[in-house]
Write a protein that binds this ligand. Structure first.
Ligand SMILES: [Zn+2]
Ligand SMILES: [Zn+2]
Length: 433
């Protein structure tokens, strides 16, 4: 048997039919493919593919298994397929394909085959549960109360399906065993096959008056609470399994399991990438130049972060071990990456403007360009556009130098912002206010 359920091919694809095919269509497609893939077929025979095909057919030809597979995929039918891995097809050499199919899927090649499979108490169905948790709950782990509406033994009849006080007698056909032996022909050899007792459907008992609360099924749906421990570091889309939290099996069968699919809500400040947390941190113009300290949101609350003097926009500062704990290794944590965004003031007061002008003059920065160069036609067009916008500038400033600088800056920005581009939407409300 394969253990990697995820690596398995879709059963419908294996047989080559659409998901909404009728039982008849599945049977037809299966037979056609089985003939071509069968190991005896010297041209297209493929034993491995044939086994996979047989397994797919076993599930899709059984109404109940097909329903479980449709809802839960391979997990839903885990353990309920025979697994044709152990079947040695070489022992079938010389037999026609119909003989082989018949021996695999029962006499007359019925769609619901009974291949010596004792039924008795059946294992309960697996259930699925979608769990939504907050970003920080996923980071640090949490305990969640989950309510499952699952099948349990009917309390009125204690699970035996008989109305209280009514007579339950042992099934005469099977003597209470629930199974009967049947003499069958298998590949020209007569053999005994054990099947579910047709009289009592495997219960071993005959019920005079069925229980009203469960209509004789012995099972009822009930809401049951479970405490689920969600480990620190779990990520969106992770799956958890709560053993025994699924449906109760009929006739005293075991409980199935509960599969939990974890959905992690987004956070307004943080973007998670594995165990790394990304945040965007605005830094003022003056602080970028002078250096200083800012409060940065982290998963543990706001923390002080030193901004080095002369920091450039797009710089990434690392806050070590402030990211997400690594799943199953709670003592190891990822980092937080702080994406520095230097904010240039958009509006200046008169005083601020004077100060900037003074600063520029101290630094010997020329805000306008003296020498003008011959323009290329493309640049001519560009500057004539900007002429319309800013008359004052176009008077003195028709040049190549300033253009070059802008281009360089743009390139720089593009380079650093590749990640920010990805996360910018999450921060947009903050910046556009
Ligand atoms: Zn009952
Ligand atoms: Zn019986």
């Amino acid at each position: 048997m394969k253990t990697m359920a995820n690596a398995k091919q879709d059963y419908y694809e294996t047989i080559g039919v659409p998901k909404d095919s009728s039982a008849e269509e599945i049977k037809k497609a299966f037979r056609k493919k089985a003939r071509s893939l069968h190991p005896d077929n010297k041209e297209s025979g493929d034993e491995q593919a044939f086994k996979e095909l047989a397994e797919a057919y076993e599930v899709l030809s059984d109404e109940q298994k097909r329903a479980a597979y449709d809802r839960y995929g391979h997990e839903g039918v885990k353990g309920s397929t025979r697994g044709f891995e152990d079947v040695d097809f070489s022992s079938f050499a010389g037999f026609g394909i119909d003989d082989i199919l018949e021996s695999l899927f029962g006499g007359g090649f019925r769609t619901s085959g009974g291949f010596g499979r004792p039924q008795g108490p059946s294992h309960g169905a697996h259930l699925k549960y979608d769990l939504e948790i907050d970003f920080l709950e996923a980071v640090f782990g949490c305990t969640k109360k989950i309510t499952v509406n699952r099948l349990e033994d009917c309390t009125t009849c204690d699970g035996d399906g008989a109305s209280p006080g009514s007579k339950i007698s042992t099934c005469e056909t099977c003597g209470g065993v629930g199974q009967v032996k049947e003499l069958v022909n298998m590949l020209f050899v007569q053999t005994y096959q054990i099947t579910t007792c047709p009289k009592c459907s495997g219960r071993g008992k005959q019920i005079e008056k069925p229980c009203k609360d469960c209509r004789g099924q012995g099972l009822n749906r009930k809401k049951v609470d479970f405490d689920l421990k969600v480990p620190a570091g779990i990520d969106d889309g992770a799956r958890m399994r709560l053993t025994g939290a699924g449906d109760k099996g009929a006739q005293g069968g075991a409980f199935g399991d509960l599969f939990i699919i974890v959905h992690v809500k987004q956070h307004k400040d943080f973007i998670r990438e594995g165990s790394t947390v990304h945040v965007k941190q605005p830094v003022s113009f003056s602080m970028a130049a002078l250096g200083g300290e800012v409060m940065v949101p982290t998963v543990e609350g706001s923390k002080v972060l030193k901004i080095p003097q002369g920091i450039q926009g797009g710089t990434k500062l690392i806050m070590k071990d402030m990211g997400v704990p690594i799943l199953n290794y709670p003592n190891r944590r990822g980092d937080q990456v702080v994406h520095v965004n230097v904010e240039t003031p958009k509006k200046l007061s008169k005083e601020e403007k004077e100060l900037f002008q003074k600063l520029a003059s101290i630094r010997g920065e020329s805000l306008e360009v003296e020498a003008r160069e011959e323009k290329s036609p493309a640049e001519k067009e560009k500057s004539s556009e900007s002429e319309k916008e800013t008359k004052k500038e176009s008077k003195k400033n028709k040049n190549g130098n300033a253009d070059k600088e802008t281009k360089e800056e743009k390139h720089h920005e593009k380079h650093n912002d590749s990640f920010l581009d990805k996360i910018v939407d999450a921060f947009r409300p903050k910046n556009d206010e």
